[in-house]
Design a protein around this ligand. Structure first.
Ligand code: HEM
Length: 398
């Protein structure tokens, strides 16, 4: 019996030891407590794939309006209008529709070459050396740069935005995230850019959003004010920076540890998209998606009462043997139909962008270094409960 099976079944989402390898605990939760209640932190948890998927689609009984991170749901901070990841329909529908114009297939095609050029600029100076760092050399820089490309931000304005985004969503190791009730969310990091762009319009998202007319929930047709626009940009930056950074660390680690599968990708780059999906299933950056229970719900004969905080445990669901054959085996050839981007109404708006970033980066890395070994002794874990992974993932190349 190993430590995880020996222990009384509790799941502390902030426990550093569990975080290193949460999968034995997840297995026990799925088998022994598919409807889990945690007394210490007062939350409920669903861990089986079908239950998590059902929960993610259940906007009638499970609300995003108090947040989708456990600490936020508990703290009930003041939320400015427009933080649509934390809104329910119909408000969510209006706001998401506006922002989704940034993520059309046409926009993604246009951005692909820019992303590739950025990867080349980062990677080429390192060719000839014997080391590469998946997070520090690429993962920490690229996601915010890409959001900059998406919104048309010039390089000169990007540095301050990146450092603010990096400080957000970070908790002290082993402790819950501190949530400020009065200043949980502001989009001020983009204020300088939006001011500048209003005076320098071009063919970019911010110009488009500043000029668009839309019907708000009261039926009034109007333009967005700059405060609303800043909130939208803040949502994109918060949701699309640390998450993609963590994906990069896992790409380096998992493909370093599975050299045969990595060599298949070198021989046939058309497999790379599938490999990114399997990395997302096997080690998702976001493990727990929280909800506020607005009406009593019942799973497996047990009632989860209205007023509760509920974790939809995507990281546990992705390893459910009821859904995946041999789920603890990393296999780039499987149909990795995971829950790592959520499902339904709040399905990750940036999923196509995150997939593009992962695929293009991997294509460019494998072209330069078909072989690498993970330097785990010098790797550094990220001390975040909201996104799980690595701050530093060094590898030795060649
Ligand atoms: C590997 C990287 C990523 C992961 C694992 C991820 C994960 C998620 C998850 C699980 C949700 C659902 C939250 C919920 O149901 O409450 C979500 C929503 C969202 N994501 Fe991502 N995300 C990633 C990258 C991105 C990127 C690159 C962007 C944008 C640049 C982005 C923007 C958003 C937005 C705006 C939402 C809210 C959608 C809504 O509420 O309608 N994400 N993401």
């Amino acid at each position: 019996m190993d430590a995880a099976t020996d222990r009384q079944l509790t799941y502390d989402p902030y426990d550093i030891e569990i975080d290193v390898d949460p999968y034995p605990t997840y297995r026990r939760l799925r088998d022994e407590a598919p409807v889990y209640y945690d007394e210490k932190f007062d939350f409920w948890g669903l861990s089986r794939f079908d239950d998590v998927e059902t929960g993610l689609r259940d906007t009638a009984n499970l609300s995003n309006a108090k947040g989708d991170i456990l600490e936020v749901v508990k703290a009930e901070p003041n939320m400015p209008e427009g933080v649509f990841i934390n809104e329910d329909p119909p408000l969510h529908t209006v706001h998401r529709l506006l922002v989704s114009r940034a993520f059309t297939p046409k926009k993604m095609r246009a951005i692909e070459e820019q992303v590739r050029a950025f990867c080349a600029a980062c990677l080429d100076p390192l060719v000839g050396g014997d080391r590469f760092n998946f997070t520090l050399d690429l993962g920490a820089e690229m996601p915010m740069r890409v959001i900059g490309m998406l919104v048309g931000m010039p390089d000169s304005l990007q540095r301050s935005v990146r450092s603010i985004a990096h400080r957000r969503l970070r908790n002290e190791p082993g402790k819950p995230l501190k949530v400020s009730k009065d200043n949980y969310f502001n989009g001020n990091m983009f204020a300088e850019y939006v001011d500048w762009r209003a005076k320098n319009p071009s063919d970019d998202l911010v110009t488009e959003l500043l000029n668009i007319e839309f019907e708000d929930v009261s039926g009034t047709v109007r333009r967005l004010n700059s405060e609303e626009l800043l909130v939208f940009l803040g949502v994109i930056a918060n949701a699309g920076t640390e998450t993609v950074g963590r994906l990069f660390g896992w790409l380096g680690k998992l493909l370093g540890e599975h050299p045969d599968q990595r060599r298949e990708l070198v021989a046939d780059p058309s497999l790379i998209g599938g490999a990114v999906e399997e990395v997302l299933r096997f080690e998702p950056p976001v493990h727990n998606i929280a909800r506020y229970v607005s009406n009593d719900i019942e799973y497996h004969g047990q009632t989860i009462p209205a007023g509760s905080a509920l974790l939809l445990m995507a990281g546990a669901a992705n390893r459910d043997e009821r859904k995946f054959d041999d789920p603890d085996r990393f296999d780039i050839h499987r149909n990795a139909n995971h829950l790592s981007f959520g499902r339904g109404t709040h399905f990750c708006l940036g999923a196509s962008l995150a997939r593009l970033e992962g695929r293009v980066a991997l294509e460019e890395i494998l072209k330069r270094w078909p072989d690498w070994t993970v330097d785990l002794d010098n790797a550094v874990r990220a001390p975040t409960a909201t996104v799980r992974g690595w701050d530093s993932m060094p590898v030795v190349v060649g």
